[in-house]
Design a binder for this molecule. Structure first.
Ligand SMILES: *Cc1c(COP(=O)(O)O)cnc(C)c1O
Length: 377
């Protein structure tokens, strides 16, 4: 029996009855768009996320788009972010005509390095071509970014802070959920994320009433008091009732799943301690990850190739997140970055790879995986 990278089937068996009755309820009441499930989900997840407001939307990408639109990012604006993330983080900035400015990462947490953010802000100010408008921090692999430092840097420079919590819903930074930081925090319910639905979905979190109102308007084509009164430009960014029903069913078991993910990560760390040449992930003091991915470092790209080859020979999946940093993507050629511009990120991208990770991974499966890593083909 092969080991899945993420086991959504076993999870479905856990929630099957609740999912089916939730979907049935939607089919019966017929409010497929903006049904009562949306309000219930927004209220429950805002409580969990540690914010006053939550606004469901169609994807994590739309959540970022809505946040950037609400905060007024546009042409002439620099938005500082990490190159070591999924394309959507920077793509939404560019789609609004603003310019992503990439900041190097910390070699241990793989998240934005606050010291390099300081350097990049100074550089943009020095060049005088772009306004320093905002920061999008990403909690890569489910681990919180350095919010104390990032929040301070953003505030001191009059910039907004958006938290891209697409991979970290449920993670904490010194006792507070990552979604409680920033002017707006955005998450994704793509099936493979820590809390996923059975299609696309996302959510924005915010504390200010003003921001909540803006996000709700942007979600539905910039509507005012009436649906056909458009007071600004917006998008069709709604979450649908069926996905909300799925999320309500899955959210009931989510806290238990976070605990299991942490037990599994601890077991990986212990098992990997005697595999020479690999560096298991480190979680800084005071932070709790939700382990969207369990990612480790090989010694070099050749060593990584060898290790991934051993897993493949044993029919065990492994994946590279992310092989090409955003500043080196073809789509961003026009920004003019060169190899060597963000050396920490480029070095990590050559050595990193991820092992199977989900709450239903057994101790035996983990032993099989680590044994395969140690066994030369
Ligand atoms: C998945 C992801 C997104 C986009 O979410 P979608 O729901 O797929 O649109 C954005 N940022 C990060 C860091 C992600 O991992």
């Amino acid at each position: 029996m092969s080991i899945p990278f993420i086991d959504l089937k076993t999870q479905y068996r856990e929630v099957e009855d609740a999912v089916r009755s939730g979907i049935d309820a939607v089919l019966e009441h017929g409010k497929y768009i903006m049904g009562p499930e949306i309000t219930e989900l927004e209220s429950k997840l805002a409580d969990f996320a540690g914010t006053r407001h939550a606004v469901g939307c169609a994807s994590g990408t739309d959540a970022l788009m809505m946040a950037l639109m609400a905060l007024g990012a546009g042409p002439g604006d620099a938005v500082f972010t990490t190159p070591f993330t999924f394309m959507a983080t920077a793509e939404t900035v560019s789609l609004l005509g603003a310019t992503p400015v990439f900041v190097d990462i910390d070699p241990v947490t793989f998240n934005m390095d606050p010291a390099d953010l300081k350097r990049k802000i100074a550089k943009v100010k020095d060049e005088g071509k772009l306004r320093c408008k905002g920061v999008i921090a990403v909690d890569l692999f489910g681990l919180s970014a350095e919010y104390e430092a990032l929040q301070q840097r953003a505030r001191n420079n009059g910039m907004f802070l958006i938290v891209d919590a697409a991979q970290s819903f449920g993670a904490t930074y010194h006792g507070k959920r990552t979604t409680a930081f920033g002017d707006v925090a955005c998450t994704s319910f793509f099936p493979a994320k820590p809390l996923g639905c059975y299609g696309d979905g996302g959510m924005c979190f915010a504390n200010s009433d003003e921001m909540d109102k803006l996000l709700r308007s942007i979600r539905v084509h910039g509507m005012g008091d009436d649906k056909y009164d458009n007071v600004r430009l917006g998008i069709n960014g709604r979450l649908d009732s069926m996905q909300a029903a799925v999320l309500l069913a899955k959210f009931a078991i989510f806290p238990g799943e976070i605990e299991k993910r942490n037990e599994i990560a601890t077991r990986y760390n212990e098992l990997l301690a005697d595999v020479p040449g690999v560096t298991p992930p480190t979680v800084p003091e005071g932070l709790e990850s939700v382990w969207a991915q369990y990612s480790l470092l090989a010694e070099s790209s050749e060593h990584r190739e060898e290790l991934m080859g051993r897993l493949k020979a044993a029919d065990i999946p492994s994946v590279i997140y992310y092989p090409i940093p955003l500043h080196l993507q073809t789509a961003y050629k026009s920004l003019g970055y060169q190899r060597g511009d963000l050396p920490v990120c480029e070095g990590i991208a050559e050595r990193i790879f991820s092992l199977p990770m989900h709450p239903y991974l057994t101790a035996e499966q983990q032993e099989t995986i680590v044994t395969a890593l140690k066994t030369a083909c």
